[in-house]
Design a protein around this ligand. Structure first.
Ligand SMILES: [Fe+2]
Ligand SMILES: [Fe+2]
Length: 194
């Protein structure tokens, strides 16, 4: 890609600041608040910078399409995780891209392996689960566990589920510019093996 890291950062920042005020799929927070809360939870958990970046960016797919905010209520799966994965792969490595790409799969996985997990999902998340294929089959669970970044995707999923607090006060978007920049640089200019 011809984009410099600075241009990519500016594009991402603009997407969140210009489009992030849309409601987050029927929840009480905006897309931007949801992203910031997810990133904050990742940071508080001591996650690697690449996973903090993934938490911040996990729903960027919602900002890249023009489907209605209540798509799920209309019975539409927006496939935002695939859209995000393809877009982010132009700029970041697998440690950022894969947990994002797998964050919906991680929900389907947790519903299959943790019986109590499904009950604590918010109503909009329960609704989208149906459109996304419901809990994983045993075969899908096995395939999911074979993905190198599946554990990171599960961690991201738990922050995602928690990042819906209308009263939370968390650091702003620019707090994460260094984290994003570091993740971009490591993807764009991989160091040669010693
Ligand atoms: Fe999502
Ligand atoms: Fe999310």
């Amino acid at each position: 890609m011809a984009h410099t890291p600075a241009e990519t950062l500016a594009t991402i920042r603009r997407l969140f600041l210009d489009r992030g005020h849309a409601e987050y799929g029927g929840e009480a927070v905006s897309q931007l608040q949801h992203a910031l809360q997810a990133a904050h939870l990742a940071r508080q958990s001591g996650a690697e910078p690449s996973l903090i970046a993934a938490a911040l960016l996990h729903d960027i797919g919602h900002l890249l399409h023009d489907l209605p905010e209540d798509a799920a209520e209309q019975g539409i799966d927006d496939h935002h995780e695939g859209l995000a994965g393809r877009w982010l792969a132009q700029h970041f490595g697998p440690a950022v891209v894969d947990p994002v790409r797998l964050h919906v799969a991680a929900k389907r996985y947790l519903c299959a392996v943790e019986p109590s997990y499904r009950d604590q999902l918010s109503p909009p998340s329960q609704l989208s689960l149906q459109l996304q294929g419901g809990p994983m089959s045993a075969e899908e669970v096995e395939r999911f566990r074979a993905s190198p970044h599946h554990e990171a995707a599960v961690s991201l999923r738990r922050w995602d589920d928690e990042a819906k607090d209308p009263n939370a006060s968390v650091p702003d978007f620019d707090t994460y510019l260094p984290v994003l920049e570091a993740a971009l640089i490591s993807a764009d200019a991989p160091r040669a093996d010693p």
